[in-house]
Ligand binder design. Structure first.
Ligand code: NDP
Length: 394
């Protein structure tokens, strides 16, 4: 029987645990470990019949992680803690020869910059250890990379442009809250925008470029160009690509709050002096904001995330839209979680399932679009994330 080690006990983790339990024949015994053990225990208490053990770990410490892995000898480590822990957990997996999966690329806590460099640099070590490290197995990155690979495999000889379109039309009733870890989310959306065209990255001011996109089952929404990490690997792996952009929807209230918080310095990530103490404004703000894991029972509406790819098939121009629509309330009914946690946690479970089954098997550090997309797309249909493909006018 397999043993599955899950690190982190936040919103995404809860969904991963629920889905692994639904697929217990593959995942076997689950060890849920995080900084705050009581949060692991709370998740376990929701699934009293499942084979789950909990533990505490400081995943910032490779030694701690090695000890944990050695005591349970898992067949895989699913990292759904924070991007800050990616490298320490990867190093512990190398040391113990244990396959690794995450959903977000490494970020240094003191610098709001995400790139794959330090994770890709571990490729040789993963190969020497004879293990696979699957990077970015969430929705975006994750399912969106697989959508691109699927489009490339079945619909195009060459893809010229890709727009990734991420819409969360969920309403949680708060004036301001983030749908996943506030620190990571706010760092991402307050950063400069960036897209890739003709071999070069082009930088924009935050939220400078906006388009209205009509999302199926949701309707037209203002969608803002952001930098998003899956573009870094897609520009290397999708042949013939000339341009790739990423758009995310934001409501006016969210943007107004963001602007004010930024203007008053609340998004700062450097420590400031406050009454003789050092505090990081962004961390303090995180303490004030609702915990994303608590949004589940309040959130109504749908998410729609997909890609529009344009290119050439058999000498003719072609444009397709692959997308997935999910209802927040359905997610809550199934997993006690809102849609953003759900749409991240399910692909994490699917990636891990394909690894444990040996369907996705490759030594080294791998991004999602480098693998055969078909089994992942099939699993999405079976595991609660059915998708559509629409031919569009060129
Ligand atoms: P949360 O903040 O809800 O949960 C993070 C969890 O990690 C918490 O339980 C936290 O512990 C734990 N943790 C943090 N630091 C450590 C540490 N040093 N050691 C052990 N545990 C630690 O985040 P989410 O669940 O919203 O997000 C999880 C991950 O998913 C993030 O990396 C995020 O970027 C990613 N994500 C990916 C998406 C995608 O589509 N690819 C979309 C959304 C999120 P504690 O409870 O003690 O704070």
């Amino acid at each position: 029987m397999n043993t599955t080690l899950i690190i982190g006990a936040g919103g995404v983790s809860r969904v991963v645990v629920y889905k692994c339990v639904q697929n217990a024949a593959v995942f076997g015994k689950i060890i849920l470990a995080s900084r705050t053990k009581s949060k692991c225990d709370a998740i376990r208490a929701e699934l009293p019949d499942a084979d789950i053990q909990t533990a505490s770990v400081d995943a910032d410490s490779t030694e701690d992680m090695i000890k944990l892995i050695e005591s349970y000898k898992p067949n895989i480590v699913i990292n759904v803690a924070l991007p800050y822990q990616d490298l320490t957990i990867m190093d512990a997996c190398i040391a113990t020869k244990t396959p690794y999966l995450d959903t977000a690329n490494y970020e240094h806590p003191d610098e709001a910059k995400f790139e794959y460099k330090l994770q890709w640099e571990r490729d040789e070590k993963f190969k020497e250890a004879g293990i696979m490290g699957l990077l970015g197995s969430g929705f975006d990155p994750g399912a969106t990379n697989v959508f691109c690979a699927y489009a490339q495999k079945h619909y195009f000889d060459e893809i010229h442009t890709i727009d990734i379109l991420d819409c969360n039309a969920g309403d949680h009733g708060y004036a301001f809250a983030t749908n996943f870890n506030p620190e990571i989310n706010l760092r991402e959306v307050s950063a400069k925008g960036r897209y890739w065209e003709n071999g070069k990255w082009i930088e924009t001011e935050p939220m400078e470029i906006m388009q209205v996109w009509d999302y199926p089952e949701v309707g037209p929404k203002d969608s803002y160009l952001l930098y998003h990490e899956e573009m870094e690997s897609l520009v290397q792996n999708i042949k013939g690509l000339q341009r790739i952009r990423f758009f995310m929807t934001f409501g006016q209230s969210y943007l107004k709050h963001m602007e004010v918080l930024q203007n008053v310095g609340m998004l700062g990530i450097e420590a400031i002096e406050h009454k003789g103490m050092k505090i990081v404004p962004m961390e303090f703000l995180k303490t004030l904001l609702p915990d994303p894991a608590s949004l589940g029972p309040r959130t109504k509406g749908k998410t729609n995330i997909g890609i529009v790819a344009e290119g050439i098939k058999d000498g003719k121009k072609r444009k397709i839209y692959i997308y997935q629509v999910k209802d927040h309330e359905d997610c809550f009914k199934e997993t006690n979680s809102q849609g953003v946690s759900y749409t991240t946690g399910v692909p994490a479970m699917i990636g891990a399932k394909l690894m444990l089954e040996g369907v996705w098997s490759q030594n080294g550090v791998v991004n999602m679009e480098q693998l055969n997309p078909d089994p992942f797309m099939d699993e999405m249909n079976k595991q609660g994330l059915p998708w559509q493909v629409k031919e569009m006018e060129v």
